[in-house]
Design a protein around this ligand. Structure first.
Ligand code: CTP
Length: 209
């Protein structure tokens, strides 16, 4: 299979030296990319700014903003069998980006935001038969929100994780996930992100074979 995997945060600049972003480190997406490559698949890895080295055999596209990520995803979508969106895409960006560094004494203490495109919703509009996996990192009601996102974003599967639990979520090498599909919910115990990646890859293999 050819897989498109997104990872990491996006960065939404306010001026050349300041930005809005989030806590994503890219570990989950990179671990899925490694699991996919180990299983013999081809990987397009599109990642926001992260401090990780991409696997040598992945085709790697680094991006900065949500709009950059959307452009890369739309370019690769027609060439892949499945998309796994682990990226923590910033929902908002500043309405204006200053060309020069803003000065403390002259800048407004309020930043006006505009919504970013929702990449999964854009995929839904143009996809053919690709299998689409979303992620839902929540701090409460993870399964309830995940089921809602499965429907709203037109996904084949959503991987839900409660990032408030020890050993789950950002910046650690483990995760506690549930796979939510139209067929039901499957819960998994604490596992390495690489093992979570292998489970996701074998699930997709079983659906696309
Ligand atoms: N996502 C996306 N584009 C965005 C925001 C999120 O494609 N602009 C994707 C993420 O990559 C993830 C899924 O949508 O696979 C769920 O992301 P999440 O941030 O949990 O969803 P939101 O739609 O932002 O919902 P909420 O803020 O209500 O939690």
């Amino acid at each position: 299979m050819r897989l498109l995997i997104t990872a990491g945060p996006t960065r939404e600049h306010i001026d050349p030296v300041r930005f809005l972003s989030n806590c994503s480190t890219g570990k989950m997406g990179f671990a899925i990319a490694e699991a996919a490559l180990a299983a013999g698949h081809e990987v397009e890895l599109v990642a926001g700014p992260v401090a990780l080295t991409p696997p040598a055999s992945a085709h790697y596209t680094p991006v900065i903003s949500a709009r950059d990520m959307l452009a890369a995803v739309m370019e690769y979508l027609p060439t892949v069998d499945a998309v796994i969106m682990t990226a923590a895409v910033a929902d908002w960006r500043p309405a204006e980006v200053a060309q020069d560094k803003l000065k403390k004494h002259t800048m407004e203490p309020v930043i006006k935001l505009v919504p970013n495109p929702d990449i999964l919703s854009e995929i839904k509009k143009v996809k053919t038969n690709q299998f689409i996996v979303g992620f839902a990192a929540e701090t409460r009601n993870a399964l309830e929100y995940a089921k809602d996102k499965l429907e709203r974003k037109g996904l084949d599967m959503i991987v839900a994780n409660d990032v408030s639990q020890p050993g789950a979520g950002f910046a650690v090498d483990t995760n506690i996930v549930s796979f939510v599909t139209q067929q039901g919910i499957e819960h998994f115990p604490l596992m390495s992100k690489r093992e979570v990646g292998a489970k996701i890859i074998s699930y997709i293999e079983s659906k696309l074979s």
